[in-house]
Design a binder for this molecule. Structure first.
Ligand SMILES: Nc1ncnc2c1ncn2[C@@H]1O[C@H](COP(=O)(O)OP(=O)(O)OP(=O)(O)O)[C@@H](O)[C@H]1O
Length: 662
């Protein structure tokens, strides 16, 4: 027992010192944790001042109504119309109440006064009932709108995120805006409609009460306004503070979210354990969390101060209103019945004003978030290629002329003034050391990136002028960093050309899987092609890295495109699967292959090999020419071949792997 306790104590002490050390280390090595949110949002502050939002209020209301209208006309009309009708009932109710009080405060025997007040009493009761019923019906229509709007806006969001150019995702600002738009912007769309309907309800209530008060005694009207001002100012100030704090905190929150994902994720679980990263990650999380908690506490303190000030001023204003009313009563300006109704009206107005102020406040705050969503859509539009352009159904030659690409916020171009030609039916290889720009160049050829300078032409036509959809349809990319799509095995292949029509040519799903040495493997799965490939779902299954890569190859082949980009297509494949894949990637008159691989045996028979270094093309030719020429290609090839020299194959022949053959 004692030894267990000693061990536990020792472990706790070790954990503490470990965590303290790691916190210290994390503070030293992670300068990116500095709060840089302000930098990305320098422009966002232009739309957070009170007046800029106030000016936009009518526009926001219009936008909210338009959004609701486009989602459900009936519910929009019902939400607004029924609330207005409820407001009219409020006026009727107050006027009827005023009549009741006037009759009751009149002189004469009590039974006569009660009898005289009875019709007005019935009217007042009916008005109250009607107002209640209309309010409930309006609430129902309003509640029906919410889910419809949510789906509509989410759809707009994903229409934008899937349409933008790949390059947009290399821009940190874009990713951050997308997060903001997704996290709050989308959800606030339904809220701004809700807020708008509530605002209309509140305003109608105030107008209805004001109308009743004007009829009863116009002198009391300014009292209504006086009572509401402090309430409104406080609410608006608090909303703005909250939003500004949110902007300042967003970088930290993203960091926390990312750390949280690393710590609670099946995909990272093995590495986190293998490298014993737990302490490091927890210390990191604790560090960001403590900064975040401090920021939240500061916000709450500032908001409480604002609230205390607002409540004090509101108390004084109420006192002033009652004093004015008392003075008017004593001065004989208003009658007792009118004063009593005015008190009821003030109470009703206070409630309606409360609703309107609260709704304006929420609208103000939600609109700031919703604006993020709108800003994101605008920004996404600038990253989206225009639809249309010259149609294309293939190419004889693709020419790159002095093509460069520099990623955002980077010093050196990843691809630097590269000129080359790729002809239909050729097998072209891109070779070079890590980071030399092969993948970037392949993505340029595939049209996934647009060059920052230089031109890419398909049969002499600048690709900028070609229809991007048509162009994309001619290209298949077996990417180096593929994603494990959580679909069935069959769907994982079919998404390669999910829109293939019945009459369209191309290999069947099984043919594609066979060509990529994936068919047997898929058949061995519990439900064959129907097996769901995600362990996070019931009956889900996972594959090994090499099995996944076979599936990725099958998807690329199923796409049956004119231009096939293979970026390290066999990095995870065993020798047999690699051989089978390269047998199927053999030369085809209608298909051009751009192959990137570090296994140089696979490029020996390529028609043209381009050697890259630091983004530049430094050598080109076929294998024999490049070997004869000497230089980087020969150096890399010989280095790799030397690994096999002492291991002749069992027939004593020269060792080669499955290569792209003619
Ligand atoms: N999305 C990106 N944003 C910024 N820089 C990038 C991005 N992708 C790649 N780079 C940089 O561009 C350069 C070329 O990268 P690329 O992936 O094209 O090289 P590669 O030759 O394919 O490397 P490897 O053999 O390791 O796959 C590298 O310096 C890399 O750090």
């Amino acid at each position: 027992m004692t030894s267990i306790r000693v061990r536990q104590r020792r472990r706790a002490t070790e954990e503490q010192s470990e965590s303290a050390e790691q916190t210290e280390a994390a503070e030293q090595i992670l300068p990116e944790l500095e709060d840089r949110g302000w930098l990305h949002h320098a422009t966002a502050f232009s739309h957070t001042s009170f007046w800029s939002v106030a000016r936009r209020l009518p526009h926001l209301v219009r936008e909210a109504v338009a959004l609701a209208w486009s989602t459900s006309r009936v519910d929009t009309v019902a939400s607004i119309g029924l609330n207005i009708a409820a407001g009219v009932m409020t006026t009727f109710g107050l006027l009827a109440t005023s009549n009741v009080l006037r009759e009751l405060f009149a002189s004469g025997p009590t039974p006569d006064r009660v009898r005289a007040a009875a019709p007005a009493l019935v009217l007042a009761a009916l008005a109250v009932m009607a107002r209640g019923g209309l309010g409930i019906a309006a609430g129902w229509a309003q509640a029906r709108l919410t889910p419809l709007i949510n789906y509509e806006v989410e759809l707009r969001m994903f229409e934008a995120t899937t349409a933008v150019d790949l390059a947009a995702f290399d821009d940190a600002g874009f990713a951050e805006e997308m997060d903001r738009a997704r996290n709050r912007g989308v959800t606030e769309a339904a809220s701004i409609v809700d807020d708008t309907v509530n605002l209309i309800t509140g305003v109608v209530g105030v107008v209805a009460t004001a109308a009743a008060v004007t009829v009863i005694q116009p002198v009391l009207l300014p009292c209504l306004l006086l009572a509401g001002i402090p309430q409104a100012v406080t609410a608006v100030r608090m909303a703005r503070r909250q939003y500004l704090a949110m902007l300042a905190r967003i970088t930290r929150r993203r960091r926390m979210w990312m750390l949280g994902t690393l710590m609670a994720n099946r995909h990272t679980a093995a590495e986190v354990r293998a490298y014993q990263m737990r302490g490091f990650l927890l210390a990191e999380y604790r560090r960001v969390m403590s900064i975040e908690a401090r920021a939240q506490i500061l916000l709450v303190r500032a908001q409480t101060t604002t609230r205390v000030l607002g409540a004090s001023v509101a108390g004084l204003a109420s006192f002033a209103v009652y004093a004015v009313l008392g003075g008017l009563l004593l001065g004989g300006v208003v009658a007792l019945a009118a004063a009593a109704t005015a008190l009821l009206a003030l109470q009703a107005a206070h409630n309606s004003l409360g609703t309107a102020v609260q709704a304006t406040n929420s609208l103000y705050e939600d609109a700031l978030y919703y604006q993020d969503f709108r800003d994101f859509l605008d920004r996404a539009r600038t990253h989206t290629r225009a639809v249309g352009g010259e149609p294309t159904s293939g190419f004889e030659t693709i020419d790159l002329d002095e093509v460069s690409l520099r990623y955002p916020d980077t010093g050196e171009p990843a691809v630097d003034r590269v000129s080359l030609s790729v002809r239909k039916g050729q097998v072209v290889a891109l070779v070079g050391e890590n980071g030399s720009g092969k993948t970037t160049l392949a993505k340029l050829i595939a049209g996934l990136y647009r060059p920052t300078s230089g031109t890419i032409r398909w049969d002499g036509v600048d690709t900028v002028r070609l229809d991007p959809y048509d162009l994309g349809a001619q290209v298949a990319v077996m990417s180096q960093d593929w994603w494990k799509f959580p679909f069935t095995a069959g769907q994982n292949i079919m998404v390669g050309r999910h829109d293939r029509s019945a009459g369209q040519s191309g290999p069947s799903m099984v043919d594609a899987a066979e060509s990529a040495a994936a068919h047997e493997m898929i058949n061995g799965l519990p439900r064959g092609y129907e097996t769901l490939l995600d362990r996070e779902f019931k009956d889900g299954h996972d594959l090994s890295g090499g099995q996944w890569q076979r599936l990725v190859a099958a998807r690329g082949l199923y796409r049956d495109a004119r231009l096939l980009i293979c970026d390290e297509p066999s990095a995870a494949l065993d020798a047999r699967a690699e051989h089978a894949l390269f047998q199927n990637l053999r030369r085809h008159p209608d298909r051009t292959i751009v192959l990137i691989t570090h296994r140089l045996a696979n490029v020996r028979h390529a028609d043209q090999i381009y050697v890259m270094k630091h983004g530049r093309l430094i050598q080109q030719g076929n294998h024999d020419q490049l070997m004869a020429e000497g230089g980087l290609y020969r150096e890399l090839f010989e280095l790799q071949a030397s690994g096999y020299l002492d291991v002749p194959d069992h027939d004593g022949r020269e060792a080669t792997s499955g290569v792209v053959q003619g």
